[in-house]
Design a protein around this ligand. Structure first.
Ligand code: PLP
Length: 454
């Protein structure tokens, strides 16, 4: 007899889940999350969890924010849907586009809306190709991303993503996408190498790749200011300045994928501000609506926007767009969400409470299971190792991460296990007291897992 609830049985029978082992799902079953409030979510069994991942790195203002519900309701009543194709528009998309341009302090000048980060990055790839065709540089099409970078799962986005699991048996990556090394000093640094030297090696490797491919064939470099889904990788000192210089030298567009880092996650408005990145194209999503509505934005600087604009004039149309591009309800929710981020000074909170979170997690650095603690602002990761001294990973990889992930639920905590790296990315509204509670629950979990692994 099945011990599943009727809802679990129906889920297993009919729903195929993203990023899920479907065979295991049939025996494990889903945990059904029913409601959320602040930094907490509740399942249908009445269990309460501190959501230390803000859903999927995204619920900035917390769960159950009435102002977003009201903004969505108002817009649903007034104009629930209209498109933005063929010279149509509506006020929420106009207002949000203007607000986003202002938010970048004029560094970006135009916005193209999509529904998801993946679609936004696919849009970016098409825009980069279109841009170079418009300039008559028909060979300049390759895009360099990084191993362990994450840019989504649609065909072009997944190709830029540097994770094997997103390529294997999907016949990806596309041949135009190349992957340079992951700038993870703890794992990729060589004995005796300083962080700055490591960054120089990453720079030299990128330059060698561009030269080997032929600079006339390489169009762009894409990166997350701090890598998220690949394991929360904070770049080594001087890295972005060096990478940017190589890109400029060979006339590559710089694409900042700020889907996680945008809107304050690192304690400044954008990750680009933290690292002095001057992107030609910026991609935003997730915290743009606190994920209350699906929405992403591709932001273009004046140069890229003008070239694409003029080319659409020559061809008669920019032949790309989604039924829900700039969706009125999604853009209305985004406007209110960004107002809340501003009024409640959540970017500032990410800096101050983020520093408290970073310090509290670093206090766990001496724990026998902990290899590295890393992060910035309100995003962090704790990498677990089988042996601290040699940094030897667990065998099989992911064994300890899975144990922590499961055990954390018993302690009322939702984290993310990226193999054996445990990620934290709580809502931007988190308080210092809640950070202490979160870290205490995690420390308890680590102790319990350590005992179970002995
Ligand atoms: N880019 C980055 C940096 C992301 O973290 C993600 C999602 O986690 C994406 C793109 C893809 O976004 P989506 O899942 O909305 O397609």
């Amino acid at each position: 007899m099945s011990s599943f609830s009727p809802a679990q049985s129906r889920d297993i029978k009919h729903q195929m889940h993203p990023y899920t082992n479907d065979v295991a799902h049939k025996t494990i079953g889903p945990r059904i999350i029913e409601r959320g409030e602040g930094i907490y979510v509740y399942d249908d069994q009445g269990n309460k969890f501190l959501e230390a991942m803000a859903g999927l790195w995204s619920v900035a203002v917390g769960f159950g924010e009435p102002r977003l519900v009201e903004a969505a309701t108002r817009q649903l009543q007034k104009l629930p849907y209209y498109h933005t194709f063929t010279h149509k528009s509506h006020s929420p998309s106009i207002e949000l586009a203007e607000k986003l341009v202002d938010y970048t302090q004029g560094r970006m000048s135009r916005v193209f809306f999509t529904n998801s980060g993946s679609e936004a990055n696919d849009t970016v790839v098409k825009m980069v190709w279109y841009y170079n065709n418009a300039l008559g540089r028909t060979q300049k099409k390759k895009i360099i991303s990084r191993k362990r970078g994450y840019h989504g799962v649609t065909v072009a986005s997944a190709s830029m993503t540097g994770l094997v699991g997103n390529h294997r048996d999907f016949d990806l990556p596309l041949p135009q996408m190349k992957h340079t090394s992951c700038p993870h000093f703890y794992r990729e640094g060589q004995p005796g190498e300083s962080e700055v030297d490591f960054a120089s090696r990453m720079e030299a490797e990128l330059e060698a790749m561009i030269i080997q491919e032929g600079p006339e064939t390489v169009a762009a470099f894409i990166g997350e200011p701090v890598m998220g889904a690949g394991g929360v990788i904070v770049p080594p000192d001087t890295y972005w300045g060096k990478i940017q210089a190589v890109c400029r030298k060979y006339d590559l567009l710089i694409i900042a994928d700020e889907v996680i880092t945008g809107f304050g996650r690192l304690g400044k408005r954008f990750g680009s501000d933290v690292y002095g990145i001057e992107p030609d194209i910026m991609v935003l999503s997730k915290q743009i609506t606190s994920s209350y509505q699906p929405l992403a934005a591709v932001m273009l600087n004046d140069d890229v926007a003008s070239v694409i604009s003029e080319h659409s004039g020559r061809l008669g149309s920019f032949g790309h767009g989604y039924t829900a591009s700039g969706h009125p309800v999604a853009t209305a929710v985004a406007i209110e969400n960004l107002n809340i981020i501003q009024e409640r000074k959540l970017v500032e909170n990410a800096a101050t409470t983020g520093a408290i979170m970073q310090a509290a997690l670093r206090e766990l650095a001496g724990h026998p299971l902990v290899g590295e603690v890393r992060g910035l602002g309100l995003i962090a990761a704790v990498e677990l190792v089988a042996d601290k001294e040699s940094r030897r990973p667990f065998d099989p990889l992911g064994k300890a991460g899975a144990a922590v992930y499961g055990r954390a639920h018993e302690n009322g905590l939702i984290v993310r296990a990226i193999q054996d790296t445990i990620a934290f990315c709580p809502p931007l509204i988190i308080t210092p007291e809640q950070v202490s509670d979160m870290v205490a629950r995690f420390a308890k979990t680590l102790d319990e897992v350590q005992k179970s692994l002995q």
